[in-house]
Design a protein around this ligand. Structure first.
Ligand SMILES: C[S@@+](CC[C@H](N)C(=O)[O-])C[C@H]1O[C@@H](n2cnc3c(N)ncnc32)[C@H](O)[C@@H]1O
Length: 223
């Protein structure tokens, strides 16, 4: 089997990402906003077991542990080199590159941040079905993706070395895949409308969710 694509980027992941995104977009916010949105949508729902699907180098881990203190955190990724970096970042996380080691019907929450555009088209439903199996009865999956209709997103995508073999998927396509995997759609919407200089407007973003102009989107799904 060939080496997972992200092994080659594991050590320099943060630097490569930062150099692909204009400074004015303040990409460090991008990892946190996903977890903040997830926590706010879940409200008081009990979350004890979390899986970061396609966790890569663990950029979301510190935010997950901040927003979901005391929850057990697992990270899964094909790239074991990325998992080595993630382990240094968050030694308490349980990490695996072998799907079969994940407990079935266990997780209250799965977050998949910018992973599905790296999964070949034919494998996407199966990946979602796998997530469905490891969620418990009340579990939910939050899937975040780039919005292919946003020109700034497209520009970054074309420039980013990680994305040479990737294929973006629209919100509509993600909803369809989720339904094929038997998920029920709880909510979906566009995100990231305002760059850092306009950060004071970000509190308006929940009102704009319907507008397909945000740089990214999310789909909240349940069993
Ligand atoms: C752009 S990175 C995102 C990493 C992390 N979620 C983040 O937000 O920083 C995409 C990750 O998806 C992983 N990936 C690609 N295909 C995958 C699959 N079928 N299952 C799990 N992870 C996968 C890659 O190895 C890579 O670490």
């Amino acid at each position: 089997m060939s080496k997972p694509e992200f092994d080659q980027y594991a050590e320099q992941y943060d630097e490569i990402l930062a150099s692909s995104v204009p400074e004015s977009l303040n990409e460090s916010y991008f990892a946190e906003y996903k977890i903040a949105l997830t926590a706010s949508r879940l409200g008081s729902k009990k979350v004890e077991h979390i899986l970061d699907f396609g966790c890569g180098a663990g950029r979301s881990f510190s935010h997950i542990t901040n927003y979901f203190a005391n929850a057990e955190l697992w990270g899964y990724d094909l790239s074991s080199k990325s998992l080595e970096v993630a382990a240094q970042r968050t030694p308490a996380a349980q990490l695996s590159s072998d799907w079969d080691t994940l407990p079935s019907a266990h997780f209250d929450l799965i977050v998949a941040a910018n992973v599905f555009h790296h999964i070949p088209l034919k494998e996407r439903v199966a990946a979602l079905e796998g997530c469905y199996d490891v969620l418990n009865q009340h579990g939910q999956l939050f899937l975040f993706e780039h919005n292919p209709y946003n020109p700034a997103t497209r520009w970054v995508f074309e420039k980013c070395p990680f994305d040479v073999n990737a294929e973006m998927l629209s919100l509509k396509e993600t909803v369809k895949l989720a339904q094929q995997a038997q998920f029920r759609i709880v909510r979906a919407g566009y995100t990231l409308f305002f760059p850092q200089p306009l950060a004071f407007l970000r509190k308006l973003e929940p009102l704009l969710e319907w507008l397909p102009l945000g740089a990214q989107y999310y789909v909240q799904m349940a069993k």
